[in-house]
Design a protein around this ligand. Structure first.
Ligand code: PBG
Length: 333
């Protein structure tokens, strides 16, 4: 656009004069309805273990997880994504699709307890396998198609337990199509899939692996998670997942990948989520503990930038803290 002479009198600062004006012209906002809180459940009784690298985030046993849910609901967050920490692991991750698995038991309990809670379940194997990889190992690598079959089983067992949405995070080729087929075959045509369509092989997941005890016994996840240098590949992944029938696509991590969020927003018309991952959370906690950053301002600035980039939905460990600030009215200052 060409600047006219009269534009020289134009002063953008006019609209920055007061908080009221700034709020009037603000382009992006963070709403309570945008946020999903991750919740970690562990086998055992009377457990509330703080994750050392994620202050304020706990592993909960099923008998106590309602303390966390009550707090979330009180602060206005009514959507969770559940991660399970089983007490037995094997090479196939079979406790992930057992009727008596940690997720299945938790979902049943939460469904009985809460009417308005939306429960999303993470679909993966890394928490359930003894080797820590996201699927079945053949010849030193995760075998795609034998993992697919088990992913279908896991998704159906979560849906049977009552999950409202399933969220496959393992980056197997064809996972969305396979899960859609399995869900439909079992009569769960109405259960949406939120696919981690674009998941990078990222060091930002470090604290999460601590939270779910899924440290890799050997190797890395680079043969299935994406290379951080790639963005066209991200678009390809999204196109494939939409083609296979996903209802929501997700980009993960969020902060270092907001260009990817923006690009995907341009090419797709289904809801777009991003995952504000454990490492992003831990950095803010650590620096603010040292007094180096203002916790609340940094938190809101990060969440706002995800919305501005184009995310419709944010999965975040900050959910409660952000909700409390937003409700006070100073969440987006
Ligand atoms: C896999 C999964 C991971 C995260 C969510 N789902 C870990 C991984 O791929 O290693 C990471 C979340 C975070 O870092 O906050 N089940």
């Amino acid at each position: 656009m060409k600047l006219e002479k009269r534009d020289l009198t134009y002063r953008p600062r006019r609209l920055r004069k007061s908080d009221n004006l700034r709020r009037l012209v603000r382009e992006a906002n963070v709403h309570l309805d945008d946020l999903i809180a991750p919740v970690f459940v562990v086998e055992g009784k009377n457990i509330k273990n703080e994750v050392p690298s994620m202050p304020g985030i706990y592993q909960w046993s099923i008998d106590r997880v309602i303390e966390e849910i009550d707090q979330l609901l009180d602060s206005g967050i009514s959507r969770i994504i559940l991660f399970g920490i089983p007490d037995v692991k094997d090479d196939k991750g079979s406790s992930s699709y057992s009727e008596l698995g940690i997720i299945q038991k938790t979902v049943e309990k939460l469904k009985a307890e809460y009417l308005d809670l939306l429960i999303i379940t993470d679909i993966c194997f890394c928490e359930y396998t003894d080797h820590g990889h996201c699927g079945v190992i053949h010849e030193a690598d995760v075998h795609n198609d034998s993992t697919l079959e088990l992913l279908g089983k896991q998704a159906v067992s979560h849906a049977k337990a009552g999950a409202h949405i399933v969220a496959p995070s393992g980056m197997m080729d064809g996972m969305v199509g396979e899960i859609r087929k399995s869900l439909d075959g079992a009569g769960f045509e109405d259960i949406p899939i939120m696919s981690y369509a674009v998941k990078y092989a990222s060091a930002f997941y470090g604290p999460f692996r601590n939270a779910v005890n899924s440290e890799l016994q050997s190797g890395d996840r680079k043969s299935y998670q994406m290379d951080p240098g790639n963005i066209r590949e991200a678009i390809n992944e999204v196109e494939r997942d939409i083609f296979e029938g996903t209802d929501i696509v997700m980009v993960k991590p969020a902060l270092s990948y907001l260009d990817v969020v923006s690009e995907i927003k341009k090419i797709s018309n289904i809801p777009l989520a991003c995952y504000n991952v454990s490492g992003e959370y831990a950095m803010v906690k650590a620096a603010s503990e040292k007094g180096w950053l203002d916790h609340d301002e940094i938190m809101m600035e990060m969440l706002l930038s995800m919305k501005r980039a184009g995310a419709d939905i944010i999965v975040t460990y900050f959910a409660i803290e952000a909700a409390q600030l937003i409700k006070k009215g100073n969440g987006t200052n």
